[in-house]
Design a protein around this ligand. Structure first.
Ligand SMILES: [Zn+2]
Length: 108
């Protein structure tokens, strides 16, 4: 996987990533808005989580701009972890549906 093109600011980053299969994906990261993060690959389109391209680009940003991006990196990974836990709870919620907390609107 490699970064073909990038535009990076302190609160926005976009890139064209070449995946292992040779296909190119446009990746957008808005660190303050997990839901605005986007990648054109099927994995992200279907699951809306941090796909391997988003993770790859986040790792890359941390390496190149650690001071600017380390906090964003942590927050997005935290949010990703939280969302996955929620999904897991939803999928085995047939037993204790009522004890489920209401879905959080946003992390911020
Ligand atoms: Zn992707």
């Amino acid at each position: 996987m490699q970064v073909l093109h990038k535009e990076v600011g302190s609160d926005y980053a976009m890139s064209v990533i070449e995946g292992d299969s040779g296909l190119e994906y446009t990746v957008i990261i808005e660190p303050d808005d997990y839901d605005a993060c986007n990648c054109g690959c099927p994995d992200h389109s279907y699951r809306h989580h941090l796909c391997k391209h988003l993770r790859f680009f986040l790792d890359y940003l941390c390496m190149i701009y650690p001071a600017m991006w380390i906090d964003h990196f942590r927050r997005l990974h935290e949010e990703d972890k939280w969302r996955k836990q929620q999904k897991r709870k939803e999928s085995d919620s047939s037993v204790d549906q009522e004890s489920q907390a209401p879905l959080r609107q946003s992390i911020l």
